[in-house]
Design a protein around this ligand. Structure first.
Ligand SMILES: Cc1cc2nc3c(=O)[nH]c(=O)nc-3n(C[C@H](O)[C@H](O)[C@H](O)COP(=O)(O)OP(=O)(O)OC[C@H]3O[C@@H](n4cnc5c(N)ncnc54)[C@H](O)[C@@H]3O)c2cc1C
Length: 469
């Protein structure tokens, strides 16, 4: 019998396991896949290693907090700051470039649309203050109006209650500039009007604390976290899919694996999708099931992992937005070869083509239609012109992501909408059944690696508190 069983060895689950093991608990992590790291893991293809999911770390402050809490050395990641971060193109309009240098970015915006540079300077100054005030809340165990009050961040409550679209409109940005500044919401496949306001802090994060890529890729983060869990003698069981959380009248008693094996524990921490955990694995009450079933899900979209014949230059990320439809999914090229000092020539030629998909669209398309859509995206003139000649090393579509990472309805955790932020995220502690805890992106649905690590730490601390430790 383990003191705790963790379902899922993504970064959130591994982080939780570390915190518990550090306090002397015996912990078993059951991971459905043959590998650990979940969505943040690497993809071996074409004789090289690609980052499968995450490609940029926008929150070095949260990452540093989590690494310290886990007893990990952040310097070992050899983080490289990205200065020329991204460019957004849209047919018929000027390309807009966003980087770490506020003046340079403002001048570029002014050249494209007179007066927008000043709006940008003012916006960065204002949002830098908001970011500084809100940052401590990110690591608060149970954010609430009280924690806002105690931290003095309550004066930013109106900002938090607005949608991203309203924040940008109030700052005086034209729609084209607002779309470029809120580009990470396009990647999440959400229109600005429904997206939460904190995405507006991304430009201030890019110019302030900065955004980074580890020298050997983002997938080195789950590698480090996993190695730390091993060092603490966490029992790591790969290819061990949990099919059921076992309970009696008093609460959780263990889990059952797909093999039929049962493992006993009075505490189960789930890093699997929070929605799947409550709908499929645990006997949650109907009121809870109803609430989670209504949460909006986010598709991981389609992605092709290419080896281009030429090393790319220019900004690290290139986006294209649809000229006619502001809410149409964007296209994105991720180009590690534009960063200094890529580890190998093959890394230098890597280009990932990404296209988000609305969850409803992804569910409507058969697996073969998702492949056909990706083929079509790879054949688009913009992709051809920007990538040049290439070989395709691998591809992931919602069906393939779902199979690789045991995703509920081939989706990631709930997408963070403005509405979800107002109502509150899923809690770490589930009252019924007792002994069940959630960690990972379901409790911090911003879909960032740092958030999931933080969630693992905070969720595990809730477990320790329930043990009186
Ligand atoms: C395309 C894409 C791009 C992204 N880009 C970025 C980015 O640039 N920057 C950033 O910070 N973040 C990014 N993210 C988000 C980030 O990768 C995730 O939010 C994070 O890795 C999620 O970690 P997690 O531990 O919460 O969950 P997961 O990684 O989903 O881990 C959950 C684990 O649980 C396992 N599991 C599920 N069900 C079961 C079961 N029944 N039994 C046993 N195991 C189970 C799964 O196999 C998986 O390993 C991106 C994600 C994707 C998909």
């Amino acid at each position: 019998m383990s003191d705790a069983i963790v379902i899922g060895g993504g970064v959130g689950g591994l982080a939780a396991a570390i915190v518990l093991a550090e306090r002397g608990a015996s912990v078993t992590v059951c991971e459905a896949s043959p590998f650990f790291g979940g969505l943040a893991s690497a993809l071996e293809a074409g004789g090289t290693t690609f980052d499968g999911g995450p490609y940029i770390l926008l929150d070095p402050v949260g990452l540093a907090w989590a690494f310290e809490a886990l007893g990990l050395d952040l310097d070992a990641l050899e983080l490289r700051r990205v200065h020329d971060v991204y460019e957004v193109e849209r047919e018929g309009g000027p390309a807009l470039r966003i980087g770490s240098d506020v003046e340079q970015t403002a001048r570029g915006l002014d050249e494209a649309y007179r007066g927008q540079g000043d709006a940008y300077r003012r916006f960065i100054e204002h949002s830098t203050r908001i970011h500084a005030a809100l940052t401590p809340l990110q690591t608060a165990p149970r954010p609430s109006p009280w924690s806002l009050l105690r931290s003095g961040a309550i004066r930013h409550a109106p900002f938090l209650l607005r949608s991203l679209g309203t924040v940008f409109a109030n700052a005086g940005f034209r729609p084209e500039v607002a779309d470029a500044l809120g580009i990470f919401t396009h990647v999440a496949g959400q229109p600005l009007a429904g997206a939460p306001s904190p995405i507006a802090l991304v430009p201030a994060m890019i110019s302030g604390p900065g955004c980074f890529v580890p020298r050997l890729g983002v997938a080195t983060i789950p590698d480090r976290v996993r190695a730390r869990a091993e060092e603490l003698s966490v029992s790591l069981r790969a290819s061990a899919r949990v099919t059921r959380i076992l309970c009696d009248a008093r609460g959780v008693t263990g889990v059952e694996l797909a093999s039929g094996e049962q493992l006993a524990s009075k505490v189960v921490v789930s890093d699997a999708s929070g929605v799947a955990t409550l709908l499929e694995l645990a006997p949650a009450p109907n009121s809870v099931r109803k609430r989670v079933a209504a949460l909006p899900l986010q598709s991981p979209g389609v992605a092709a992992y290419l080896l281009a014949s030429e090393r790319p230059s220019g900004p690290y990320l290139r986006f294209r937005l649809d000229a006619a439809d502001r809410d149409a999914p964007c296209r994105l090229l991720v180009r590690p070869g534009t960063l200094d000092d890529p580890p190998t020539a093959l890394h230098a030629r890597q280009v990932r083509v990404v296209a988000p998909l609305a969850q409803a669209t992804a569910e409507r398309l058969e697996a073969s239609q998702q492949d056909a859509l990706l083929d079509q995206i790879l054949a688009e003139p913009w992709t051809r012109a920007r990538v040049g000649a290439f070989e395709e090393a691998a591809r992931l579509t919602p069906a393939r992501w779902g199979q690789r990472h045991t995703l509920h309805r081939n989706s990631m955790n709930p997408v963070m909408t403005a509405q979800l932020m107002r109502r509150g995220r899923l809690p770490h502690i589930i009252d019924t059944p007792r002994g069940l805890f959630l960690v990972g992106s379901s409790t911090h649905p911003g879909q960032w690696v740092s958030f999931c690590l933080i969630s693992g730490v905070l969720g595990a601390r809730e477990v320790l508190q329930s043990w009186g430790r």
